[in-house]
Design a protein around this ligand. Structure first.
Ligand code: FAD
Length: 305
């Protein structure tokens, strides 16, 4: 069995595995797609000490760093069930069972897609999901935020300070964000809020040039010209497969404490799949390191052979 079995091969999982391997203990990573969300990222400019890099390049250096150590990387393998018997047993989609004395869950999350024409086509060509990451790319330009919940309104406030103008589109009759956020949004001179607005298409040629929406009050289709669209309709953690094995929030995020521990002794978690407040590469990597050091602490105190 592995001393530390890491499930998920994004920034959190890679960091957790390297920290574990550096303790000289048996470490394995099971990953559906090594690299994680970073593989879908065009440019990364907020990984401190690296001024600029690109997602796939970043993922390749993650892999190179992992391969410096004696880490068993089981890539293209999806975990489907975790159980506690004498040891932890992780069942994979292909039927295999991998055993671990401790487990680190780092299966990440995915942005909910709006699913309209143009979204997939213009991903990274004007369609964005992370204002902290991609906001500065639209400096001085006009953008839209789809979604009027907390994350949408936070994104709009953030983007209003960077871009020329922000249009917020909310499908319902009113914004769903907390009222303090709505009040803050209302006083911004360069924000327009459209309620009863159902986005029907993101338009463009080689990159985004606008967005069409249906005004649900009149049924009329309207078009706004802009350079960027931020889709803010939710970040979904990849944790359904865990069922009730560990405690999760109502949004499905794994509940961890300051040490990265879940409610199950010996099971730790890190990164976007947890209830840590901000979802960023640098934060996930820190979480991976924390979870790994905690797993090591747990192992040296437990009597598992
Ligand atoms: P993830 O990167 O989501 O990795 C999860 C891993 O778990 C993957 O290997 C996945 O295949 C695996 N997995 C999932 N389910 C299973 C399963 N059942 N069995 C086995 N493996 C599984 N952050 C920044 O800091 N700067 C940026 O510029 C930036 N830009 C972004 C741009 C885009 C388009 C996106 C989508 C995100 C961006 N982010 C950025 C956010 C950043 O990518 C994430 O915060 C970070 O990747 C989270 O790392 P993670 O390891 O927690 O999860």
């Amino acid at each position: 069995p592995f001393d530390v079995l890491v499930v998920g091969g994004g920034p959190a999982g890679a960091s957790a595995a390297i920290y574990a391997a550096r303790k000289g203990i048996r470490t394995g990573i099971v990953a559906e797609r090594f690299g994680g969300q970073v593989m879908d990222t065009l440019s990364i400019e907020n990984f401190i000490s690296v001024k600029h890099t690109e997602g796939p390049k970043f993922a390749a250096s993650l892999e190179e760093h992992v391969k410096e150590y004696d880490i068993d990387l089981m890539n293209l393998q999806r975990a489907k069930r975790l159980e506690k018997k004498e040891l932890f047993e992780l069942e994979l989609e292909n039927g295999a069972v991998v055993k671990g004395k401790s487990v680190i869950l780092s299966t990440g999350a995915r942005w909910r897609n709006i699913g309209v024409p143009g979204e997939a086509e213009f991903k990274n060509k004007g369609v964005a999901y992370c204002p902290h990451c991609d906001g500065p790319l639209f400096s001085g330009k006009d953008v839209a935020v789809i979604g009027g919940g907390n994350s949408g309104v936070e994104a709009a406030i953030d983007l209003a300070g960077i871009t020329n103008h922000v249009t917020v589109l909310e499908y319902n009759t009113e914004l769903k964000a907390d009222s303090v956020l709505q009040d803050r949004l209302k006083i911004l001179p360069n924000v327009t809020v459209l309620t009863n607005a159902r986005t029907s298409e993101i338009t463009g040629t080689d990159k985004v040039n606008g967005l069409s929406y249906i005004d649900l009050k009149t049924g009329e289709e309207k078009h706004v010209e802009l350079s960027g669209v931020f889709v803010q309709i939710g970040l979904v953690p990849n944790t359904d497969w865990l069922g009730d094995f560990v405690e999760r929030t109502q949004h499905g995020e794994i509940v961890i404490d300051q040490r990265g521990a879940t409610n199950v002794p010996g099971v730790f978690a890190a990164g976007d799949c947890t209830n840590t407040p901000y979802k960023q590469i640098i934060i996930s990597m820190g979480g991976g390191a924390t979870a790994s050091l905690s797993a090591f602490d747990h192992l040296i105190r437990s009597d598992i052979p």
